[in-house]
Design a protein around this ligand. Structure first.
Ligand SMILES: [Zn+2]
Ligand SMILES: [Zn+2]
Length: 284
């Protein structure tokens, strides 16, 4: 069954219990395409009963740690689980350098296992390709993938990805503020999987952690999309289904509640909204 699996849906770098950091999987004809690799992705993959040996590609939207913390770990543990390659990885600069540093960081372990466990060279099972332009970046028998840059504060470049699977289209927004280009890119797609921010929840976080830090508040709000803005995006783009992802504030007992998300989205969007949950599966 072709499907989208939300592996982790909690946006942000802090430590919490409620949701795993952002990562999603697209499963097409049993091949797995991963979008972002936040902390905990390996465990989430196992919980979703997805076979790591079936990972074919990994797409990174941008290099904030909540999206890329476990890219190296996912590659390493896939190799340790018996993946012989090839895993094609796409992401923005300096992703190549980051993975090269990770290989160095883990070289003690990698060298021992290569010698004692008769494995192929770790670096031979994956290839990192830095995405530097907006275009069709990947195609195989299952999917075609396009990307555009999206505005996300100082995180430049940040990408949104669109997957064509048979007659279905799925867009992953990555982290982004509201913008016309993404609205056009998402025009009438079957699923728009989009980050979302509850503004009152942001104030709650600021009051608890950095009281009076308006600069930090502005920084969060400017780089992301509020519930109100997301409703406008979904309506303008006429998306068939809107899936909330990268929910902020994650796990807040006051704000991270289905009824709150749905109520706020309903102000500007009358279509179908799915509140993302870790391990939620959506049939394609
Ligand atoms: Zn993020
Ligand atoms: Zn980010």
């Amino acid at each position: 069954m072709n499907k989208i699996v939300l592996l982790g849906t909690g946006g942000g770098p802090r430590i919490w219990e409620a949701r795993s950091q952002p990562s999603s999987a697209l499963v097409v004809n049993n091949d797995i395409y991963i979008i972002d690799t936040g902390d905990g992705v390996c465990n989430q993959l196992a919980k979703a009963n997805l076979n790591p040996l079936k990972i074919k590609c990994i797409f990174i939207t941008h290099n904030h740690s909540d999206h890329v913390a476990d890219l190296g770990t996912l590659l390493l543990r896939s190799w340790q689980s018996g993946h012989k390659g090839m895993i094609n990885c796409y992401g923005p600069n300096p992703i190549k350098k980051m993975i090269s540093s990770y290989c160095e960081y883990m070289s003690w372990d990698i060298n021992l296992r290569t010698k004692h466990e008769n494995r192929p060279q770790f670096k031979s099972i994956f290839e990192i390709k830095e995405v530097s332009s907006e275009k069709k970046i990947y195609e195989d028998k299952n999917v075609k993938v396009e990307c555009i840059t999206v505005p996300h504060g100082e995180a430049v470049p940040s990408y949104a990805y669109k997957f064509y699977v048979n007659d279905k289209e799925v867009v992953f927004s990555g982290d982004t503020s509201i913008n016309e280009k993404l609205i056009k890119f998402s025009n009438k797609v079957d699923y728009l999987i989009h980050e979302v921010l509850n503004l009152k929840g942001v104030d709650d976080i600021i009051n608890k952690t950095y009281p009076g830090n308006n600069e930090f508040r502005k920084h969060i709000i400017d780089g992301h999309t509020s519930t109100e803005e997301l409703g406008i995006i979904a309506t303008k783009a006429k998306v068939k289904n809107l899936v909330l992802n990268h929910l902020v504030p994650t796990g807040s007992p006051k704000f991270d509640l289905d009824e709150i998300w749905l109520k706020e989205l309903a102000i500007n969007f009358k279509g179908n909204v799915i509140v993302g949950k870790d391990l939620l599966q959506i049939k394609l």
